[in-house]
Design a binder for this molecule. Structure first.
Ligand SMILES: [Zn+2]
Length: 257
């Protein structure tokens, strides 16, 4: 099956009318048939190198509870990383956590352009179209990106169960950090384990930044969402916080509400 045979972009709950739009850039570990001959290692396809394990299930449940549109590319980040700028060196990785990704070594400019055209561009155009439509209807939805991260990276354990990643616009981040930190059982990463300086904020920045929409990236440690119970627990926890924020109040800092 080629990319043409199966859409590289999935839109769930396209008529969702809630005040949030959800994206899940690393939802899928699928390698389209045409790239299988490149020999991406099978064991790597189950790990965070290929996708964000658990993230899609959390995003889906959130989409249901919040009646939010959900966008995700159904192609592994090993083929192309939709959360990177088109000119980023990490758009098509040649190594991941020190391990070579042989299939991507020596990718030609034409092949790079082809992956951009068939996966990256339609994904971002779909999000663009949605946000344009919502704005034309007088709505200002908040954009939420759901990711997961590996508990150990380069041999170092990460203490946070969840990380809130944000740029200049702190509205959503402040709300989430405040509410999550109220639970003494949680260690909340504030721009940890990543921050926009790590070039991991592309999707949110591209779509929410110029429009001035409230936005945030939520990173959940993947051992927290490795099964259905964990996925449900995290989706419900986040949904409760977001629902309590209510449309129109998201833009107001927690101290003022
Ligand atoms: Zn991710």
């Amino acid at each position: 099956m080629s990319i043409e045979d199966r859409s590289a972009v999935v839109v769930e709950n396209p008529d969702g009318a809630g005040p949030f739009v959800i994206v899940c850039d690393h939802a899928s570990n699928r390698i389209p048939e045409e790239y299988k001959s490149f020999g991406f290692a099978h064991d790597a396809l189950q790990t965070h190198i290929a996708w964000d394990p658990g993230a899609l299930a959390v995003a889906r449940r959130l989409s249901n509870i919040l009646d939010a549109q959900l966008f995700w590319p159904d192609v592994s980040r090993l083929v192309i990383d939709c959360n990177r700028a088109p000119d980023a060196s990490s758009l098509i990785v040649t190594e991941s956590e020190g391990r070579p990704v042989e299939a991507n070594r020596g990718v030609s400019a034409a092949e790079r352009a082809r992956r951009l055209d068939r996966i990256h561009r339609p994904y971002h155009e779909a999000i663009d179209a949605c946000l344009k439509r919502r704005r034309a209807a007088g709505e200002e939805p908040a954009l939420i990106a759901i990711h997961s991260f590996t508990p150990v990276y380069f041999g170092k354990a990460r203490p946070w169960q969840v990380g809130i990643v944000f740029g200049d616009d702190r509205r959503m981040a402040d709300l989430l950090i405040h509410e999550l930190e109220a639970d003494p059982a949680l260690t909340v990463g504030v721009n940890e384990p990543y921050s926009p300086a790590d070039q991991v904020y592309y999707t949110v920045e591209r779509h929410a930044g110029p429009r001035g929409l409230p936005a945030v990236m939520i990173e959940i440690r993947n051992d927290e969402i490795g099964d259905e119970a964990g996925q449900r627990c995290w989706a419900d926890r986040l949904a409760n916080i977001l629902l309590a924020a209510k449309p129109g109040r998201v833009g107001v800092s927690h101290a003022a509400v």
